[in-house]
Design a protein around this ligand. Structure first.
Ligand code: FHN
Length: 654
């Protein structure tokens, strides 16, 4: 036990301040991912199967002693870090993220913490040092990928299901200390590092407090560093989201995010892989991602000799050719202000729009959706300025330019607008649950301050003669509001509609209030959903001050009910945020406000409740099957931020 306490104590618990240098990352839009390690030696083949990748130790069920033999064969004599960095730069990439240690635990640098590292191989030299030097020499930002999951370390848990290596004696806190010490090495010995890209965060042993401690360790070492969201269990925390092998349909608005993707089927090199994405697909993915405000981290899996596979080199060169002409439509751009057209994608840079054409429209016109501007100039990237005509077609602009010799990947028309984009989109309502007690004021917003919003309160369609929106609209009875955007007295958007319902609000509970606290009832058992608690016999009850659970020592196979009276000082609409791992549910006065049931990792769900002043019966249900166990309830009122509910607002039922 002492070892665990010492190990836990050794891990930084201070709260250093993160000061992420993210502007360069947002400008970059495009980076290289590199998955390289011992798995490049078998190159996907083990036994009869030829489809393995970087997971070959696990997918091939290779016992550690057999896997360790790959270290004796790893001698990348043709590895040239500068060549890799130059290929990344020539492809238009601005940063490079390389696996320092993947799930197999093998370290590409000479670590003081283990001999399961590069010095174990005939090659011996520090690969991270060479990569860092080459990146700096070529103006690339540097990223370290580092796996939390470690199939080699004796204290990592859980074991692989197929292996007979005993788990007895393994101490996960000792492994966490090892992990922190290695992260210290790679963030201390190689100068300024720009990104740390954690992975392998999904196993039950890695819980929320561990992610917070690791994040604090990292930013304590390099406050400017960017940390991805996989530092935290359930991909919570960090500075940017990491959708993998997919491009979110509408991006992740309001978030920094990066899609990571392979060129072939696997991240690590597979010599038999014939399933490679075409250059056109890769370029169009880059355009799609940039048009949604994200970054593209495109992976290369180098071979064991230290060379990139020819198919990767070919694609990088072709991407580079396209970026040489069209890179300004990607680098330094932000998401399309007017959505996604049929013919391709749109990116923005100030008052310039880049019309990225995947195909030349059959109409002969490039129809730009929902835009109210005039166009002052047009040029076809790679061909220079062109004459153009722009005619209005309802909310859209029909742009005609000389048809370019289309680039098979994509051709780009850059247009300069007569000012900031005037976006024709339907007004958004800040309805805060669409209900109110007594009276309220309804705020509306639009994507451009250049358009007017006109609205009605009688259910009729708004016209330019309808009241013009200038401030939140006072409402004192149930009302249907219809609103649309107008520009130069013409309606230029669909009509948005909402009903704001006047409600009495839940009446205060008549139950007698006891002392401060809530009753927490515990039920032991295997659950994969919230049970019918009425049918169960409690295993324990206790009075608690808050709706929370000991995250550092999660209980498994258990369910809880927290019950008490919540003090509400003023009548109004309250929004509740219920965060849990696994499932949970919030009831107020017996009504379900948030249903977040299900076997899921840490995530949040919200719901609204109209409450009169007084005490209300609150019940939070929760279950945890295995791994991390989290329950947290926050609330906010309109215009506020979610805050934890302080203990003195809860009362026991008398
Ligand atoms: O298991 C890893 C996988 O090998 C690869 O490293 C990808 C890259 O993001 N991440 C994990 C799968 O989500």
């Amino acid at each position: 036990m002492v070892s665990a306490l010492l190990a836990a104590a050794a891990i930084a618990t201070t709260q250093p301040q993160s000061n992420p240098d993210i502007d360069w990352w947002r400008e970059a839009r495009f980076g290289m991912f590199i998955h390289w390690g011992l798995y490049a030696v078998p190159a996907g083949e083990w036994g009869e199967r030829k489809t393995h990748g970087e997971w070959i130790m696990s997918s091939g069920q290779i016992p550690i002693p057999d896997y360790e033999k790959f270290a004796d064969q790893f001698n990348p004599t043709e590895f040239d870090a500068n060549e890799w960095a130059e290929m990344a730069v020539d492809a238009g990439m601005k940063y490079l993220v390389i696996t320092t240690k993947h799930h197999d635990g093998f370290c590409l640098w000479p670590s003081e913490q283990t001999d399961w590292d590069i010095e174990r191989t005939p090659y011996k030299k520090d690969i991270l040092k060479q990569i860092a030097d080459a990146c700096r020499a070529n103006g690339l930002k540097i990223g370290w990928y580092h796996s939390i999951m470690d199939w080699h370390h004796p204290d990592y848990l859980p074991r692989r299901g197929w292996e007979d290596r005993p788990a007895e004696g393994a101490d996960f806190n000792l492994y966490r200390s090892y992990l922190h010490n290695q992260v210290k090495e790679i963030l201390t010995n190689y100068g300024k590092i720009d990104v740390i890209w954690f992975d392998g965060e999904w196993e039950a042993t890695w819980i929320a407090p561990h992610g917070r401690e690791l994040f604090n360790e990292v930013v304590g070492l390099q406050p400017q560093i960017l940390v991805n969201n996989r530092v935290g269990a359930g991909r919570s925390g960090g500075h940017f989201g990491t959708p993998e092998q997919r491009i979110p349909e509408t991006g992740l608005p309001g978030e920094d995010w990066e899609t990571c993707m392979t060129m072939g089927r696997t991240w690590g090199y597979n010599k038999s892989d014939e399933n490679w994405k075409s250059t056109q697909t890769l370029i169009r993915n880059l355009c799609d991602i940039a048009s949604k405000g994200g970054n593209y981290l495109l992976n290369v899996g180098p071979m064991a000799n230290g060379l990139f596979p020819d198919l990767a080199v070919e694609r990088l060169e072709e991407i580079g050719d396209w970026m040489d002409t069209n890179g300004e439509a990607i680098h330094g751009t932000t998401a399309s202000p007017v959505g996604k057209p049929e013919w391709g994608r749109i990116t923005r840079k100030g008052n310039d729009l880049y019309l990225i054409l995947f195909e030349w429209p059959k109409t002969g016109f490039v129809e730009i959706p929902n835009l109210g501007n005039g166009i002052t100039s047009a040029e076809i990237l790679g061909h220079g300025p062109v004459g153009f005509a722009a005619n209005r077609h309802g909310p859209n602009i029909l742009l005609s330019v000389p048809k370019p010799r289309m680039n098979e990947n994509a051709s780009v028309i850059k247009i300069t607008l007569d000012g900031a984009p005037i976006v024709y989109s339907a007004p958004q309502f800040d309805s805060f649950g669409g209900q109110f007690i007594g009276s309220t004021r309804l705020a509306l917003s639009t994507a451009s301050d250049q358009v007017e919003v006109h609205y009605t309160l009688d259910g009729s369609a708004p016209t330019a003669a309808s009241p013009k929106y200038s401030a939140p609209i006072p409402i004192s009875r149930t009302t249907t509001i219809k609103a649309a955007s107008f520009h130069r007295n013409r309606r230029v958007s669909e009509t948005a509609e909402i009903q704001m319902a006047k409600v009495p609000g839940f009446a205060p509970s008549t139950l007698t209030a006891g002392g401060i606290g809530l009753l927490k009832t515990t039920y032991k058992g295997k659950f994969d959903r919230l049970p019918d608690f009425g049918s169960l016999t409690p295993d324990d009850t206790e009075v608690v001050k808050l709706i929370t659970l000991p995250e550092a020592t999660p209980e498994e196979n258990v369910a809880h009910v927290f019950k008490g009276l919540l003090q509400v000082d003023s009548a109004g609409i309250y929004e509740f945020e219920l965060t849990s791992d696994d499932g949970s549910k919030l009831l107020i006065d017996g009504q379900v406000i948030v249903d977040h049931d299900g076997n899921h990792s840490t995530s949040a769900k919200t719901g609204f409740a109209p409450l009169q002043a007084g005490r209300h019966l609150v019940e939070v249900q929760h279950f945890n099957s295995a791994g991390g166990s989290v329950i947290e309830l926050k609330q906010r009122t309109k215009g506020g931020t979610f805050e934890s509910i302080s203990a003195e607002l809860f009362r026991l039922i008398g």
